[in-house]
Design a protein around this ligand. Structure first.
Ligand SMILES: [Zn+2]
Length: 227
């Protein structure tokens, strides 16, 4: 196991936003975590058993084309990219390659982004940064959707705005019902970060981003259940 005692001052270190680094809050030293024994696992195909308790049947997901793109991008995010900041760039890159306006960022579809952010503005804290929106209303564009910020995942419809703080996330569900993958955080509500036409890579990257934020913002979080 990784030692979490600071080699400089003996303080108890904390995880940083980068999963490969720990920081001592007392002397501010940062240490790269040595490769774990389990780093030998097949990162392209296996969910990290240290970080996730998986109740998903990955092999079943791979049989569906939508599920395959989702899971491939999810595994890339949590196993290879490893930090929320870098995964955010990865997600933005995926979205920039698509002209689909159902899921986008401020720089890709500024007007739609602004509308979505206005819808969830009541729950945002000062300094909180909305990163990406998803339009999920098939027949009511702009009225239903989701927003991921650097602190929480939000979903909204015409009546209400609901959210889960990333630091409170303990489980994530992939709902592949109806062939459109959506993410359910803490089994509370479905966040349909999905895009028609891009093979659902964006959904997988969004799921990875949420998990990476959860680990970065809740240092005591040991594992996320994938249900
Ligand atoms: Zn220290």
């Amino acid at each position: 196991m990784v030692s979490n005692i600071c080699q400089n001052c003996g303080g108890l270190m904390e995880w940083t936003g980068d999963r490969r680094k720990m920081r001592c809050p007392f002397c501010m030293s940062e240490f790269l975590i040595e490769e774990r024994e389990t780093d030998a696992f097949d990162k392209a195909n296996v969910i990290d058993p240290l970080l996730f308790r998986s109740e998903w049947d990955i092999s079943k997901l791979r049989e569906k084309s939508n599920g395959k793109d989702f899971i491939t991008e999810f595994l890339t995010g949590v196993n290879e990219v490893g930090s929320a900041e870098k995964e955010q760039e990865n997600l933005f890159k995926i979205l920039s390659k698509s002209d689909n306006s159902d899921m986008a960022t401020e720089s890709i579809h500024p007007e739609l982004f602004k509308t979505a952010v206005q819808r969830v503005a009541s729950v945002l804290e000062p300094g909180e940064k909305p990163l990406v929106y998803q339009n999920s209303g098939l027949f009511s564009k702009g009225k239903e959707g989701s927003v991921i910020t650097d602190r929480r995942t939000i979903t909204y419809d015409t009546k209400k705005v609901m959210f889960e703080l990333h630091k409170d996330i303990r489980s994530l569900q992939l709902d592949n019902g109806g062939d459109i993958p959506s993410i359910r955080v803490n089994e509370q509500f479905a966040v349909r970060f999905s895009m028609i036409g891009t093979g659902y890579k964006g959904t997988g990257a969004a799921a990875a981003l949420i998990c990476l934020y959860a680990f970065a913002q809740e240092p005591d979080l040991k594992q996320i259940r994938l249900v």
